[in-house]
Design a binder for this molecule. Structure first.
Ligand code: CR6
Length: 835
């Protein structure tokens, strides 16, 4: 057991480092030790930043210990493991979450108080780890939390971008400005650099076939290294600790001195800095594909390094390759990692001497693919010429995969050339493209969508041919989920305490289904009162932040309606802001007596627009400028406020979500695959004001439609309405006189020079692809119902809020991850024994 030295010495030393969960002095000792050693400061010279850093390092020690125990346990047991490949990890802050999951929040609060610091202040020193755009990246973060909590043997793999999602600022005229997010400028206490875990990655180069075999030799080109950085992720109420392994690109030693740039020192240094570029920055697009070479380099570096890492772990078991699928499963979060399919084929064939057919049998049992969108502009297709230049061997393999695949299709449907063209992994034409989603389907054993409607749509539309070919069983649904640890326990401590108190235990934190036992409490006045006071407190807390940061005074008695998500035409922030202008015009028209009957609203927006997305940026500008007018109009007073909170982030969401009364989820039916802010808001007691789309449908089913305000055209009507908008257009005045009046007001220059918003309004005047004008009337009608309930029956409102919140058990990411584990991954819990 003890490889070197004395067992007794080792044991004493290991014990000396242990800190009991409730040992306040012990925790304080570790914090001070980190100040004076790790941070090289004098104990007296400790500001809040240093206190945060030392505290984080102290927590990290705890995590690493658990991480080590988990790793040894899993190595010894050698279970099947799940690897979650995601190009985005939108983690946010870690300190609060970590101490909560460790069950040590009180201990850390006490220890920091005794050292002269307020724990809350320390939490606010932390920068968000914002290595993601929106829902997809945050989903990965919720799933790794659940994997750890369910004690599943699994890791996440991703990229360690030096710059996360850009920082959003607003100009004086309300335009979005983007600044870099150098989140690693300050030491990142949550990561462990593993400079010894590094893999070579090749780009470009030449391929030589090997005679009489399926093999080829890929050589030359550019080589670099992918170096591992680990972020331990603690489970809740388990010792298990998962890991996110992120890769950073580094030049390989002695880079190119011989072959590439012989004798040219400066050029070789330049080339090595080019390598560093690969993991510089996260691409800031959400639901939008952009075929950049550097992005493909990112994808390949990430996939190749992760796969090499996984295979190294597998080879230690000394098992035949045919058993690989019994030991590993790789879940592809969208198509971004699809190249990993060709990479596994390449390694098995070219490096492990396995025949093509055998390699394909193994490969297709390893991968599963999650699709996250049906929007055509988001589907990845790489230009063949670019692909061939960067990854020549992989393109050959993909051609072979496609050839074999199309032969099978042709056998089943002889002489159906249209079908072959539709299904080909290679899209013919000039230029040619590699369709990554098709490669992902063909190379996987299971494909899933992320909400019921979305999964149905996939099977009925963009993947229809593949359902016919592969069979229904190849496709399934796993509705998204969110972690109740971050999205209730951490962000809403008062409501969590009420729930724990009322249920008499904390078991709901690992079994969210228990929440429904509280539904009957909605009928009790006392409980409603307690629930309502908490909502008021959360609203006041948000109002204070907004007052401080933006100088806007909110009325906490107004309906807080939150639309917080990426700016996108399909999400229809437009519908919301146009309805706000309509409401403003109504207030202006009303007599002072009538104004008294109008219900007060606060509309809160937050979200980033992709830097190149002109229309989405124009919507931000409109929202900000409407806010400036409305918020300062004496006639309006407290009745209407419009707030755009800049630089939306996970940590801002944690303050916003508990304070919302209404959750605005108004995408055109059939466009939002799932949505996840809808789940977070509902869990925190916001009523759903939404369209019949994505996971809204399942939320309304579980909460009960009585609890929700649903409106708008249904998915199966959208095609027809859209067709009419384009081909039998009627004037806007006829489609919606209210919206026409709103447009007139905007065009009068009420919110900035006439003309600025013309291109935005034009999208509705013409085509109106997202049905803004068609759904406008029913959106106003739905808001009217909200008004009536808010003004008419506040007790009933609170009752609905309680029922909504307590009906969200199904939307815990524990349920989603367990569904994946049982239905797709075939992995089981491997819980580290308590002692
Ligand atoms: N943009 C979907 O649009 C879904 C998440 C997570 C999205 C959103 O409805 O909730 O994924 N899709 O499944 C993509 O990123 C492609 C998203 O976040």
């Amino acid at each position: 057991e003890w490889p070197v030295g004395q067992e007794a010495t080792w044991k004493t030393a290991l014990k000396a480092n242990d800190v009991d969960e409730d040992d306040v002095q012990g925790v304080a000792n570790t914090i001070v030790r980190h100040v004076t050693t790790s941070l090289a400061r004098q104990a007296g010279n400790m500001d809040t930043i240093a206190a945060y850093q030392a505290t984080a390092l102290s927590v990290r020690d705890q995590l690493i210990k658990r991480w080590n125990e988990t790793t040894s346990y899993h190595t010894a047991r050698a279970p099947k493991r799940i690897y979650y490949f995601s190009i985005e990890w939108l983690i946010g802050r870690s300190l609060d979450n970590a101490v909560l999951n460790l069950g040590m929040k009180n201990t850390y609060e006490d220890a920091s108080r005794k050292l002269g610091f307020n724990f809350e202040d320390l939490l606010n020193e932390e920068r968000d780890a914002a290595l993601g755009n929106g829902g997809l990246g945050r989903l990965a973060a919720c799933y790794i939390d659940s994997m750890a909590t369910l004690s599943l043997p699994g890791w996440g793999y991703g990229l360690r971008y030096n710059y996360g999602i850009f920082k959003q600022m607003l100009s004086k005229t309300g335009e979005q400005l983007e600044a870099p997010d150098p989140w690693l400028d300050r030491e990142n206490p949550w990561e462990i650099a593993r400079l010894d875990v590094a893999y070579p990655i090749r780009f470009y180069g030449n391929v030589e076939p090997v005679a009489n075999s399926d093999k080829a030799v890929w050589s030359g080109g550019m080589e670099c290294l992918a170096v591992a950085y680990d972020t331990p992720i603690p489970g809740y109420a388990t010792k298990n600790c998962a890991n996110i392994r992120l890769w950073s690109a580094k030049p390989v030693q002695g880079f190119d001195l011989n072959s590439f740039n012989a004798g040219n020192y400066e050029a070789s240094v330049h080339a090595s800095s080019e390598v560093g570029n690969i993991t510089q920055v996260l691409y800031p697009n959400d639901n939008m594909y952009q075929g950049k070479l550097l992005r493909l380099q990112q994808q390949y570096l990430w996939c190749s390094a992760s796969l090499q890492d996984i295979l190294r772990r597998f080879t230690k078991l000394e098992l035949p390759w045919t058993q690989l699928p019994d030991y590993i499963c790789i879940q592809m979060n969208d198509t971004h990692p699809t190249i990993v399919i060709a990479e596994l084929m390449r390694i098995l064939i070219d490096e492990e001497d396995i025949s093509y057919d055998q390699a394909w049998k193994i490969t297709t049992k390893v991968f599963a693919y999650t699709n996250h969108t049906v929007l055509p502009e988001a589907l990845e297709k790489w230009e063949v010429s670019l692909f061939e230049k960067l990854l020549p061997r992989h393109l050959q393999i993909i051609y072979r995969i496609n050839h074999d695949f199309l032969q099978q299709v042709a056998k089943r449907w002889p002489n159906d050339n249209d079908r072959l063209a539709r299904m080909s992994i290679i899209e013919e034409g000039t230029p040619k493209y590699v369709r990554m989603a098709y490669l992902a389907i063909v190379g996987s054993f299971k494909v899933n969508g992320v909400a019921e409607l979305h999964s149905q749509l996939l099977q009925a539309t963009i993947f229809k041919d593949f359902v016919e070919f592969k069979g229904r069983d190849h496709f399934t649904n796993v509705t998204n989920g969110i972690t109740p640890r971050r999205w209730l326990l951490q962000c809403n401590p008062e409501l969590s305490a009420l729930i724990t108190h009322s249920l008499g235990s904390e078991a709901w934190l690992t079994n969210a289904q228990l929440l429904k036992n509280l539904i009957p409490m909605a009928e009790q006045k006392e409980f409603r009162k307690a629930f309502d006071i908490i909502k008021q407190n959360n609203k006041r807390r948000l109002a204070e932040v907004i007052e401080q940061e933006l100088g806007i005074t909110l009325n906490p008695r107004s309906v807080f309606a939150a639309q917080i998500k990426r700016m996108h035409e399909y999400k229809r922030q437009t519908l919301n802001i146009f309805a706000i202008i309509h409401r403003y015009l109504e207030i202006k028209k009303a007599s002072p007596a009538d104004r008294k009957k109008i219900q007060p609203w606060t509309f809160i927006f937050a979200g980033k627009a992709a830097p190149g997305y002109y229309i989405a940026k124009l919507v931000i500008r409109l929202i900000v400028n409407v806010g400036k007018i409305v918020n300062n109009d004496q006639d309006v007073g407290d009745l209407l406020k419009v707030v755009f909170i800049p630089d939306y982030s996970v940590s801002i969401a944690e303050v916003l979500i508990p304070a919302a009364d209404i959750s605005v989820q108004i995408s055109t039916a059939g466009t939002e695959a799932s949505g996840t802010s809808n789940m977070k808001l509902a869990l925190n007691g916001a009523l759903l004001l939404g369209t019949v789309d994505g996971a809204n449908i399942e939320i309304a089913e579980d909460a009960g439609e009585d609890q929700c305000f649903m409106f708008g055209y249904l998915n199966d009507q959208v095609q027809q309405v859209r067709y009419n908008n384009s081909y039998n257009p009627t004037p806007l005045e006829q489609r919606s006189p209210e919206l026409a009046a709103v447009f007139k007001h905007i065009e009068s220059g009420a919110f900035g020079d006439a003309g600025i918003y013309d291109s935005l309004l034009k999208t509705v005047y013409e085509h109106d692809y997202y049905l803004v004008s068609n759904d406008f009337g029913s959106y106003l009608a739905a808001q009217k119902l909200v008004d009536e309930l808010w003004g008419g029956d506040p007790e009933e409102w609170t009752r609905k809020a309680i029922i909504t919140s307590c009906s969200m058990g199904d939307f815990s990411s524990d349920r989603s991850v367990q569904d994946y584990a049982d239905g797709i991954w075939g992995v089981e819990s491997e819980r580290v024994p308590d002692n």
